[in-house]
Design a protein around this ligand. Structure first.
Ligand code: PMP
Length: 447
């Protein structure tokens, strides 16, 4: 299961652990649940990454989402280089950040009644990480409503701010943590955690605490406890319930936004006829094209509660920094409908082959999808909520993961993470993935 031979990755990991906690700067990178030394990456291009030992892999991590176009797209790199030549950071407004806010606002649109167009992102504030975007969104919901309580769903991950780590997905799920040490109990008590895809639970909590709830935060489609799409009508019902009680709906599109559709998962749902309007959106990952950039956006009267206009404070020395804005603008301009069609086709090819390979070995499995996002679940049925996601035969994943890695395919090192395809996954890259699957399925069967 672990790496058969000792190489430069092992040496770097040993050294890294002496100077960096756990040897990594973000927990899931540590291969904690799959074992072995993480691959220290030296370079990446298109659908491939190359590690410090010089081994290349077809990459299905895509920097955990941002690399929609593939790694180091020449036009994105050129845009960043061009921006860099004009200065790295000004701490002042720039023309390009106005352009990016406009592009975001103009992309997140859907048809309304007759000729009307719904454009729920009237204002955009740029920040540097998804964590900041959601943290600011909940502060804004609290400041705007004058209420303290927040509703989140078990298994949903919204970054690592204090109030959002309760029953969180992603690394918190991978490491099987209930939450995080260091979060004061009175802060944790402001977050009410409900089971996902259970509208009765939402109605009940609003019946009891409705006048104290500032907002509900939900991943547009859950993808940090494995991929768990919302039931049909679920997100729209959340909007109805929150609005009936004067609370706000915060749609976390950090992972899904601009990845599954030009207008995010919300856009996909609008197209499918599930009509609803969140008050605040959080974006990240693709919106920064691989550079540190994220955003929150929404209704003008809500967003204008932010300083300097309103009383809700938020700031950032590097917010909207020119390199990140250049990468985000170039990426969104290149992210045409054809790009999404390519990513969808690649996701279909891999998810179908994955299911076929596991079926050949008689392994109980599901390959749930939410747009082009998908993942593997070692259980007969795709889970609808966190408790079900935890019940699968996740012990099969390390053998599966390492067999793929040995065949030159880099998967997310946790069964709770989505697989990310890009528009750069061409026939050659996809053929390598498909060829690796049968052996990995066998390894999972024998685990
Ligand atoms: N929300 C969601 C849905 C995410 O998937 C993530 C990160 N994976 C975040 C928020 C936090 O983003 P960041 O890691 O940029 O802080």
């Amino acid at each position: 299961m672990n790496q058969p031979t000792h190489d430069r990755n092992d040496d770097l990991f040993a050294h890294a652990r002496e100077v960096i906690p756990g040897g990594v700067n973000s927990p899931v990178r540590a291969y904690g649940s799959v074992g072995g030394a993480p691959r220290f990456l030296a370079s990446a291009t298109g659908p491939y990454v190359t590690d410090a030992a010089g081994t290349s892999y077809v990459d299905l991590v895509a920097s955990w989402g941002p690399a929609l176009l593939g790694h180091a797209h020449p036009e994105v790199v050129a845009a960043v280089q061009d921006a860099a030549s004009r200065g790295l950071s000004f701490g002042a407004p720039t023309e390009a950040e106005v352009d990016l806010a406009t592009v975001i606002s103009e992309r997140v649109v859907a048809p309304g009644e007759g000729a009307e167009v719904r454009r729920p992102v009237e204002r955009v504030r740029l920040v540097s990480t998804g964590t900041e975007a959601t943290m600011t969104a909940i502060r804004l919901a609290r400041g705007y409503t004058g209420r303290d309580l927040l509703v989140k769903f078990a298994g949903h991950y919204h970054g690592h701010s204090d109030g959002l780590l309760a029953a969180a997905g992603s690394g918190v799920a991978t490491l099987a943590l209930p939450g995080s040490a260091g979060v004061p109990a009175p802060i944790a008590a402001q977050t009410l955690v409900l089971p996902y895809n259970d509208l009765d639970a939402v109605r009940e909590v609003f019946a009891v605490h409705g006048d104290k709830i500032a907002g509900v935060i939900v991943e547009a489609a859950a993808a940090n406890m494995g991929v768990v799409a919302p039931d049909a009508g679920y997100n729209a019902a959340l909007a109805d319930i929150t609005h009936e009680h004067g609370a706000l709906l915060i749609l976390d599109e950090v992972l899904t936004g601009f990845r599954v559709h030009p207008a995010g998962y919300w856009g996909l749902q609008q197209e499918a006829g599930e009509i609803y309007t969140p008050d605040i959106f959080a974006f990240g990952k693709v919106v920064g094209g691989g550079m540190p950039l994220a955003a929150l956006g929404g209704r003008a009267d809500v967003m204008d509660s932010l300083a300097p206009l309103g009383p809700v404070y938020q700031a950032g020395t590097l917010s909207g920094n020119p390199l990140s804005v250049a990468a985000g603008l170039a990426t969104l301009r290149l992210a045409t409908p054809e790009v999404y069609a390519r990513v969808d086709a690649a996701a279909s090819a891999v998810s179908t082959a994955l299911s076929g390979a596991l079926a050949m070995e008689g392994i109980a499995h599901a390959v749930p999808r939410a747009g082009s996002l998908f993942g593997v679940v070692f259980a007969d049925e795709a889970p609808r909520r966190y408790a079900e996601a935890l019940e699968q035969e996740s012990w099969r994943y390390p053998a599966f993961f390492h067999a793929m890695l040995d065949s030159g395919v880099s998967l997310p090192p946790s069964v709770f993470e989505a697989w990310f395809l890009t528009a750069a996954h061409d026939d050659d890259a996809l053929a390598r993935v498909l060829a690796a699957l049968p052996r990995a399925a066998r390894a999972a069967a024998e685990a």
